[in-house]
Design a protein. Structure first.
Lengths: 488, 866
């Protein structure tokens, strides 16, 4: 991984003073994750270029010999693989190295040439392999507002297989007339933002680092919100804190509104409100059905449970999910909701699967299956049907699933593609209703349908709901406790 | 006094404080059999006499008692038990678990008890306490029977207490010492002709009548020259033509020790009739009564008595053969086996109904066998079926002889059935005999297995395998497996096997190499294996391919409908192809090749399960290639060449030699070459797939066909058989190159090494070395079924482009294999176990348990690069 900083300020070799590295030497600095070298490929009066070359010891990082690993909290994705781009690309390793090797320059100090350190000089940075999530446009949106002119070049993943497309690495050059310390601050913050990854575990002090290195430019940067979020690796709470601190005295909502633009905002906002509508409607339907004991199958992080907890008429709410990780998230989320001990008995979370029959599913007034069936392979639905409608047979079942017809209303969705990468299918209204009626024929339920969300005259609502009710049975279905004698 | 009660009893000690209950209990019972209220009081409060702890103490006592009763263990309650309210919950628990209740009351004078208490430091309570106890005791004694205590004994003096002996009696149904062999015979219903015919075909020989000719029972009977015994499942009588003959035959065989018999519901009803109860004459009872009516009037009463006495001697179920065999007329749930209560008896005679009625107006039976998970084989009759069919280790062998069906015997322990056809239809059935085969051609077991039960996979589980004994699946691993299985896996009916992980060879000591064949040969030499086979390791993706002859075979054998003639799935049970039409096409090609190679006939099968590798790698790993391998390649080549450029400029600026920059430049030039080699390495395993013929399938194990798991064949045999099939479609099917090596012979090893060198030099992944025999057991279990030996260039894809740099390789050579090897063995054993179970037509959950186990083990943290 390398980065070259060049200047045409004259005499150009004064760059050596600013960087505190002699242009005629090749120096090596030990880093926790490897070594850094600084040398000058060019050093003339007219132009001087310093290269920072970083050797990341990938074997050491996987093997846990480095100081970072010994903290026991390394970033999983980065270090469990020997086959890893980290040794070759500009990333948070580079930020850490910049701060260490060019620390003085970053802080804007220079004993021998204090004036020069405070002067904007023509500088050019080139980074041959910069991972950039969001592409060239995003790169420009970060650097151009800061006065840089940007050139970048991408390359195919593999020349032999052109159909694999381009890599997300950019070979970039940034030029600007700027103080060196500012340039280094920009790089320090923005390289990990472009990469959207951090090689180390970070805590609250990461906010402080961001604010320190962002001082004087981040607040006014039009992309400060994505920068903050990505810098803090999408840790929502931390990003909110950082933004609040950054924008102290200003209206954060307005700023956030301004920052989030285009379809991204649309995509981020629509499903949230749709989800809220969905949860509210499901809760209503359950109340109308008089359900007191509800089991939410495929509860995920527990948004429906949260909704149902608001209503005292639900005495018991059980959430089931096949993913243990989701259940743990739900547990954390609901802990705040549940509060006092008296509330806690109302909720149970269990791991279970919809394709295995399960005695624990019995004894509820209603089961909800909210946006779940589309995550099952079509040919597993037969098992699901038997598990729920034949073995568990709660009096009321609510199933919701996307209405594929509505997909045309999502501009960001390619025609024919699905709303989520784990969706195995999305049904039209007809397809859903056909399936639901088939279930009823086989299991003795009746079903009614309704839509959730904005109702398009041609394509219907984004989500469709089926309310299944068990036909009131004239025979009981549990094995009777008493023996009924009978000759055969 | 001799105190006796059944072995499955709850024994209540009754007596005042100081009457000597604990002393008595410890004299006559095991320490662990006695639950003492004092002990539990001490447990919860540190003070055995703390009366405020009584409530908590009894809660625990009841809890422990319930566990013991559920497990079928005699238990003694050492508490005063002088009050009805105290005994009530204990008796209720005993009833719940079908235990008998016995009471031993120690009725000693109040003064004696009080005196004894005074001598003990922790019993310094007033005389009123003992007085109350004694009063309570005296009040209780009269009522014990009424409370449901079957056996009660009162000891009235110290002498009586001293002289008392305690004896436990086995239950009538406990015949665990009796190992058979038996010929278990279903409902006869008076079809004595067929019964005699059946007995003869089972090898029984007729014996002349014995005893007094005047006796009702004077009739010939049958016995087996080898001492086998007939075991009748009840319902000997009613409906058929020779009811009394049947009774005589069975009675006489029993008297001669060549038969056993349990009671059926029809006998039960007849008994009630003979005892003068008012019963409805229906369900064929009329025929029995008619035969009795036909007896000469002067001896009719006497003979009826004889019949009644005989029927009374029959009990409702037996447990034989160390608990491995249970017989009951209508079957028996696991928790009722070996227990004695009216409930148990009723269940054994009638079964249970669900409360629903079917379209013929008959009550729907609760299908206890569907939920049966017991270890004992349960053989029963009662419900006529067309074909006896195993379901969860139970079998109904009433094949409706009296309805014109057959009379069937199950030979035990052989588990073979022998039947004779009914000579005629003696009675029209009220509904057609239930015939699963006719209904939808699936077996009872397959219908039952349509949906698996989560309780068969969740939580910590221990799986018994024939190769490795017990394999423990930890709960956290099961949690992970459940998610993978539910979200991604194919229909579990297809998943009869998941391939095991494979360990690499021990790390090579040679410089510059991580793996080398010498260590593979060393390993097998150490395991006392002489001959090994080296197989070319294809660099593709592992795939298990199941192909059936046609869809009918898929339905018959896998109970899968509408999913084609087979499946290709990955090592985690996912469908290999997202493009189903490509899968269908591939399966069809394999099917055609098998047909052309005469495989179906040769193997007498209509399905096969093949362990294969599918090329190219990029067909399955496209995502991985685009997300990880290619990006690393392009980043490495570009990053390193930029570094080389920059360094070259820096070096060129100075005329000095041996500068730090120059050293660095050399290093980077070397690294740049490695990056290129890395890209070259993965590229070899990629090619675009546009049509089926771009795929190459290399099967290397014929895992199983109908009735056989082919682990008794050598690997050479497997490859030869596969080569025959591959010849039929060389465009798609690839025979695997291999070489046999004698590991004791140095020259032979050398040829193996050279072969590996030539394979890897040509860009191959490497080779897999296996013992020539599929299976090799040692005292400590099986040895590694295979070890892989990968080529140096291939390993760049595993350990990164620059792994061969000395500073990297030195560190990478330190790797531990023991976890990986243990995992490989456990997964191998589970894989073979699941196949064996499938081939033996075990219930799907037992196959699934092993497959699920492999998936669970795969979530154990083991270095994935090994």
């Amino acid at each position: 991984m390398l980065l070259t900083i060049a200047t045409t300020h004259q005499p150009a070799t004064e760059l050596g003073y600013l960087l505190h590295k002699h242009p005629e030497r090749c120096q090596t600095f030990p880093m926790g994750f490897g070594e850094a070298h600084v040398f000058y490929p060019e050093a003339s009066h007219e132009r001087c270029a310093a290269t920072l070359l970083l050797d990341v010891d990938s074997v050491g990082l996987v093997r846990g010999k480095s100081s970072h690993r010994s903290r026991g909290r390394t970033h999983e994705r980065t270090f469990d693989q020997y086959v890893n781009d980290r040794p070759y690309v500009a990333s948070s390793f580079l930020s850490v190295t910049l701060a260490k090797v060019f620390g003085t320059a970053l802080s804007g100090r220079c004993k021998s040439h204090p004036e020069l350190a405070n002067t904007a000089i023509p500088l050019e940075v080139s980074i041959p392999v910069l991972p950039c999530r969001g592409g060239e446009d995003f790169l420009r949106s970060l650097f151009e507002p800061l006065g840089y002119s940007v050139t970048s070049q991408t390359s195919p993943l593999d020349d032999t297989f052109p159909d694999w497309g381009n890599s997300q690495y950019l070979n970039i050059t940034l030029s600007n007339t700027i103080r060196l310390s500012e340039l280094l601050s920009h790089l320090y913050v923005l390289i990990p933002v472009l990469d959207e990854d951090k090689h180390y575990w970070f805590g609250e002090d990461e906010i402080e680092k961001l604010l320190r290195h962002g001082e004087g430019w981040l607040k006014a940067h039009p992309a400060r919100e994505p920068i903050t979020r990505r810098y803090l690796k999408r840790k929502r709470e931390m990003a909110e804190t950082a933004l609040a601190q950054l924008m102290e005295g200003e209206d954060p909502d307005a700023a956030a509104e301004a920052a989030a633009e285009g379809w991204q905002k649309l995509a981020a906002k629509k499903p949230v409100s749709l989800n809220q509508q969905r949860m509210a409607l499901v809760a209503d339907v359950l109340v109308q059905a008089g359900a007191k004991r509800v089991i939410d199958l495929g509860c995920g992080e527990g948004s429906l449970i949260k909704e149902l907890l608001q209503n005292r008429s639900f005495e018991k709410i059980t959430g089931m999910d096949v993913s243990y990780r989701e259940l743990e998230k739900a547990k954390r989320r609901l802990k705040y909701e549940l509060g006092p001990m008296q509330q806690q008995h109302r909720v149970d979370l269990i791991q279970g699967s919809l394709i295995y029959k399960d005695d624990r599913l019995r004894g509820y007034d209603a089961a909800t299956v909210i946006e779940v069936i589309e995550h099952m392979d079509l040919d597993r639905l037969a098992a699901f049907e038997r598990v729920l409608f034949e073995f568990a047979q709660p009096p009321v079942v609510i199933v919701t699933t996307p209405n594929a017809e509505f997909n045309i209303c999502f501009p960001a969705l390619q025609p024919g593609s699905l709303r989520h990468q784990d969706h195995r299918f999305e049904w039209s209204r007809q397809a859903f209703q056909d399936w639901a009626k088939g279930v009823c024929d086989r299991t003795g339920y009746t079903v009614t349908f309704q839509g959730i969300g904005y109702n398009h005259p041609d394509f219907g609502t984004p989500t469709q709901l089926g309310l299944f009710k068990k036909a009131t049975a004239h025979t009981q279905n549990k094995p009777s406790e008493t023996v009924q004698k009978r000759d055969f | 006094m001799k105190i006796t009660f059944p072995e499955l009893s709850l024994v209540l000690m009754i007596g005042a404080s100081g009457s000597g209950k604990s002393t008595f209990a410890h004299q006559h019972f095991l320490e662990t059999e006695v639950l003492s209220s004092d002990f539990f009081r001490g447990m919860v409060s540190n003070d055995e006499s703390d009366q405020s702890a009584t409530k908590d103490a009894f809660e625990i006592l009841h809890y422990v008692l319930e566990k013991r009763l559920a497990a079928g263990r005699l238990t003694v309650i050492d508490a005063t038990n002088v009050q009805k309210e105290a005994r009530r919950p204990l008796i209720d628990l005993a009833k719940k678990y079908h235990f008998f209740v016995a009471a031993i009351a120690l009725n000693l004078p109040e003064s004696l008890c009080h005196e004894r208490n005074q001598q003990r430091p922790n019993r310094q309570f007033g005389p009123h306490v003992v007085r109350n106890h004694v009063r309570g005791l005296k009040r209780s004694l009269k009522n014990l029977k009424r409370e449901g205590i079957r056996y009660s004994y009162t000891l009235n003096s110290l002498e009586e207490i001293k002289a008392a002996t305690v004896e436990r009696q086995p239950l009538w149904n406990n015949r665990k010492q009796d190992h058979g062999p038996f010929d278990i015979i279903g409902d006869v219903h008076g079809c004595c002709d067929e019964l005699e015919q059946l007995l003869r075909s089972l090898g029984y020989e007729q014996q002349p009548a014995q005893g007094s000719p005047d006796s009702f029972w004077h009739a010939p009977f049958y016995s087996h020259p080898e001492g086998r015994r007939a075991l009748f499942l009840g319902d000997l009588i009613d409906r058929g033509p020779r009811i009394l003959d049947t009774l005589k035959l069975v009675h006489n065989m029993m008297a001669a020790g060549s038969a056993e018999c349990i009671l059926g519901n029809h006998e039960n009803k007849l008994m009630r009739k003979l005892n003068g109860r008012n019963v409805k004459i229906s369900y064929g009872l009329a025929q029995t009564l008619a035969e009795i009516e036909a007896i000469d009037a002067d001896r009719r009463e006497q003979d009826s008595q004889a019949i009644n006495a005989f029927l009374r001697s029959l009990i409702s179920h037996y447990v034989f053969d160390e608990g491995k065999l249970v017989v009951a007329h209508a079957g028996l749930r696991e928790d009722l086996q070996g227990r004695g209560s009216n409930y148990v008896r009723d269940f054994a005679l009638y079964g249970e109904t669900t409360g629903e009625t079917d379209e013929f107006g008959r009550r729907v039976r609760y299908n206890w066998a569907a939920d049966y998970r017991g270890k004992a084989v349960v053989v029963y009759g009662h419900t006529p079926v067309q074909e006896p069919a195993w379901l969860n280790n139970t079998i109904d062998i009433d094949t409706g002889c009296v309805y014109g069906g057959r009379l069937t015997a199950l030979r035990y322990p052989e588990k073979e059935t022998v039947s004779v056809k009914a000579l005629k239809v003696y009675r029209e059935p009220s509904k057609p005999l239930s015939t699963p085969e006719e209904k939808d051609e699936l077996s009872a077991q397959q219908i039952n297995d349509d949906v698996l039960d989560i309780s068969d996979v969740l939580g910590k589980r221990i799986i018994n395998t024939r190769l490795y004994k017990k394999i423990t699946i930890r709960e956290e691993n099961a949690i992970a497996a459940l998610e993978v299985m539910s979200r991604f896996a194919a229909n579990p009916k297809w998943l009869i096997y998941l391939p095991p992980t494979m360990s690499p060879v021990a790390t090579s000591k040679l410089p510059g190499l991580l793996e080398h064949p010498a260590e593979a040969f060393d390993y097998y030499r150490q395991q006392k294996i002489k001959t090994v086979i080296c197989e070319e390791k294809h660099m593709g993706s592992r795939v298990v391919v199941i192909v059936c002859k046609d869809e009918a075979a898929a339905k018959r054998r896998f109970a899968v409908e509408g999913e084609g003639i087979g499946i290709c799935y990955t090592r985690t049970g996912r469908r290999f192809f997202s493009d189903r039409s490509l899968e269908t096409e591939l399966l069809k090609r394999v099917n055609t090749a098998l047909e052309a190679a005469n495989f179906w006939q040769t193997f007498e099968t209509d399905w096969v399960c093949l362990d294969c590798e599918l090329m190219p790698w990029s067909a399955k790993a496209q995502g991985l290639l685009k997300e990880q391998y290619a990006p690393v390649g392009v980043a490495a080549t570009q990053g390193l060449s930029a570094a080389v450029d920059s360094l070259q400029k820096a070096v060129a600026r100075t005329a000095e030699k041996g500068t730090a920059a120059e050293t660095l430049l050399q290093q980077y030039q070397q690294r740049s070459v490695l990056a290129q080699k890395y890209t070259d390495a993965y590229r070899q395993y990629c090619w675009p797939v546009t049509t089926l013929s771009d795929l190459k399938l290399a099967p290397f194990h014929i895992l199983a066909t109908e009735g056989k798991v082919h682990i008794d064949q050598t690997h050479q045999w497997h490859l030869q058989q596969i080569a025959k099939v591959a010849k039929a479609d060389p465009e798609i099917l690839l025979a695997t190159q291999h070489k046999v090596v004698e590991v004791e012979d140095e020259a032979s090893c050398l040829t193996g090494i050279q072969w590996w060198e030539s394979l890897t030099a040509a860009g191959g992944e490497g080779m897999v070395v296996k013992s020539i025999d599929f299976l090799r057991q040692t005292k400590r279990g099986p040895i590694q079924p295979a070890v892989k030996c990968r080529g140096a260039e291939y390993l760049r894809i595993i350990y990164g482009p620059e792994y061969t740099l000395p500073e990297n390789l030195d560190r990478l050579k330190k790797r531990g294999l023991s976890r990986k090897r243990s995992l490989a063995l456990r997964e191998f054993s589970l894989g073979i176990e699941s196949l064996e179970r499938f081939v033996a037509k075990a219930p799907l959950r037992q196959v699934h348990e092993c497959v699920f186990g492999v998936l669970a083990l795969e979530s154990e943290p083991v270095d994935p690069r090994l």
